[in-house]
Design a protein around this ligand. Structure first.
Ligand SMILES: Nc1ncnc2c1ncn2[C@@H]1O[C@H](COP(=O)(O)OP(=O)(O)O)[C@@H](O)[C@H]1O
Ligand SMILES: [Mg+2]
Length: 433
């Protein structure tokens, strides 16, 4: 620390007074000239150099274009679906739609790099609709780990119009930029998933009584610009926002957008429309039975752009989301499969955890069915499965590590329905073996 001013320094760059609390606050200081630069300004300079390294950008572009051929070979639609099948139960149609959309996205990119003609292949952004806990977010999260192009999930409900409290829509592109390791070329060809998309619906949609909702409309207008393809500007993460802060520019023209949401209540809009268009079908009677799986699914599969508009999404955005994909409500059998079948299924996870304590864990089929039944009652799809099992397992996981002997634990139906303590049995023969 400099002798003349032990606790404070003025940064020669931003002229701010830097208080030095520990070694990390220490500015770079030239004792000869008295020139100092604070860590914030060092950060800005670092980001600026990184983001404007044109040589690096050019070579990235070449490498990216060259890799597309092998990426295409590796990511045929059936391969993508096979991968998703390992983790996601049912939702076959959604898996197919997404696999094809992604494969076409790669093809479209390759065409753009290979041909300099006027013909362009249109982007096919996707909108996914499905009840809470049916696997929308999970599908996209698994896709993101598979793909060779950057992929970022952003929660649309956290977005606000510039100037409002919350994150600007640019955050979605910024997230992608970081998923692309700050490679602009890759960012510009990535995929953005906007989760909870229904939360930005205009409150003045037919589903709501309030007439004006400028905040959400503003978010939609800002998102529309991104969807239409525009240059989005944002500052680096952790950078102070000030007018002269260096910005990163990303063109969204080639970014694939996938949006998803539960669109609670849209079934009513669909039912109303069907009722109007053909009174003989008699859907009116069916609307009354709310949360009734077959009726809900039957309706949701018939969703049209018009219904989405009535829900409160502006028509221009709907026009930019040509592929509508609906997911199924998961029934008891599907939930049962989710508990055991996926590579990372909850039951498998607990078996592994217990194995580490030398314990053989068994769930009776009836117990799992009881878990699924409980989840159905909670009406949050597969979302509550984990919590229900966790409740059942808590005492076991607390008590088992008290001793080291090998044991066998059996989870019966009563453990789930009555909260009975699971049976624990010591295994003698394992010791001698
Ligand atoms: N079809 C499914 N197959 C396997 N797991 C699922 C499925 N649907 C939901 N899950 C699990 O349930 C939880 C909640 O699902 P999520 O994808 O967040 O639901 P949402 O459709 O509301 O986005 C996740 O942990 C996910 O792994
Ligand atoms: Mg979700």
């Amino acid at each position: 620390m400099a002798k003349n001013s032990p606790m404070q320094h003025v940064c020669s760059f931003c002229k701010r007074l830097v208080t030095i609390r520990d070694q990390y606050d220490m500015p770079i200081l030239d004792p000869q000239t008295g020139f100092a630069i604070c860590k914030n300004c060092i950060g800005d300079i670092y980001h600026f150099i990184e983001d404007h390294d044109t040589h690096k950008a050019a070579s990235n572009k070449k490498n990216f274009a060259a890799s597309l051929g092998s990426i295409l070979k590796k990511n045929k639609p059936h391969k993508i679906k096979e991968y998703l099948d390992q983790y996601i139960i049912e939702q076959d149609r959604a898996k197919k739609v997404l696999s094809v959309a992604i494969y076409n996205h790669y093809k479209r990119m390759k065409y753009g790099f290979d041909h300099k003609d006027d013909m362009t292949i249109d982007k096919s952004n996707v909108i996914m609709l499905g009840p809470s806990g049916c696997g929308k977010t999970a599908l996209l999260q698994h896709l993101s780990t598979l793909l060779d192009i950057p992929f970022a999930v952003t929660d649309a409900s956290s977005l606000t119009e510039a100037g409002f409290v919350g994150a600007d829509v640019e955050v979605a592109v910024r997230n992608l930029y970081y998923a692309a390791d700050k490679d602009i070329e890759r960012t510009e060809h990535g995929i953005i998933y906007l989760d909870e998309f229904d939360k930005i619906a205009r409150k003045s949609g037919e589903n709501n009584s309030i007439t004006a909702d400028p905040g959400h409309e503003g978010v939609q207008q800002a998102l529309l610009k991104m969807l239409e393809g525009s240059v989005v500007e944002f500052t680096a993460r952790g950078q102070r926002k000030h007018p002269e802060a260096p910005t990163i520019k990303v063109d969204t023209k080639n970014i694939l957008f996938i949006v998803g949401g539960a669109f609670v209540g849209i079934d009513q809009i669909i039912a109303k429309r069907l009722q109007k268009s053909d009174a003989n079908i008699g859907f009116g009677a069916k609307v009354e039975g709310e949360n009734d799986k077959p009726k809900f699914d039957e309706l949701i599969h018939q969703v049209t752009p018009d219904d989405l508009m009535k829900y409160g999404i502006i028509p221009e955005i709907i026009g930019r989301l040509p592929i509508i994909c609906t997911l199924e409500t998961l029934d008891e059998d599907a939930l049962l499969r989710i508990l055991t079948e996926p590579v990372n299924a909850p039951v498998r996870q607990y078996e592994k955890l217990m194995e580490m304590d030398g314990v053989e864990l068994t769930f009776e089929e009836d117990a799992l069915r009881a878990v699924a039944k409980k989840a159905i009652e909670r009406k949050t799809g597969a979302r509550s499965l984990k919590g229900i099992i966790e409740d059942v397992m808590l005492d076991v996981m607390f008590d088992i590590p008290k001793t080291d002997e090998p044991r066998r634990v059996l989870i019966t139906k009563e453990c789930v329905t009555e909260g009975t303590r699971p049976e624990v049995e010591t295994i003698e023969e394992k010791r001698s073996a």
